[in-house]
Design a protein around this ligand. Sequence first.
Ligand code: NAP
Length: 255
Amino acid sequence: MGALTGRTALVTGGSRGIGRAVAERLGAQGALVAVHYGRDAAAADEVVGSVRAGGGKAFAVRADLSGPEGVAALWEGYDRQVLEHADGAGLDILVNNAGITPRGEIEETTAEAFDAAVAVNMRAPFFLTQQGLKRLHDGGRIINISSGATRIALTDIIAYAMTKGAVDAFTLTLAKTLGPRGITVNAVAPGIIDTDMNATWLRGNEAAQKSAADLSALGRVGRPEDVADVVAFLASDDARWVTGQVIDATGGSQL
Ligand code: NAP
């Protein structure tokens, strides 16, 4: 029996990168995991298969979070499937992870790119959480994926950094609202992690790998599992007295 047996988790963007590692980690600890994805059904099915191969339980839920109708679609898919897989309805752990990173200095950032980042990184977690509150059990967990870009000035992702600053403010404020229900709300702020999000400039580029590794006090590029382990801690009973916090998981970048 795992530490999360009997609990249900929803991981947005659970089909790839950090979300995948989180879904697999929570599944390995016994949680029933809803693996949300936007477009790539095959990737989500692979994660579901991987959780099941490890003895866990999972199902996939599709919803495009770039538009306002995406949140309702996600909850509709979740509600329908959770009853097939769990003993009851509801949710114990919500991980707001899905995100996009439009690149560009302030002069290069278009209104479309800005709005897209706001929609996926900021509006979707807000309304997903709002509509999830009635499903979330007392004593539950909300874990938002922020970014080290709120602490370190990365000028070529300025719009992205703004959306993650909003996630931090959301985390702090919501923790106060939900404290009386015993629900903790925290964020994890990763540094540079080797995922598809960074593939174009990081993968296969030795110079970029080295400069990314040099940013960290620990001297390497982060892996999805480095973040998933922190999320798993926040999801666990051990983190019951931690709320309203942004946990830096940048491997000590730019200390
Ligand atoms: P990733 O590998 O690019 O994966 C993104 C995930 O989000 C995928 O599952 C994707 O699903 C989903 N997604 C993207 N746009 C969506 C949309 N419009 N609707 C629904 N789902 C959507 O990203 P990652 O690197 O793992 O990043 C995960 C989180 O960590 C993000 O919030 C990111 O900002 C944050 N973060 C990442 C880094 C890093 O260096 N990688 C650093 C700091 C913070 P589909 O593929 O199906 O569309």
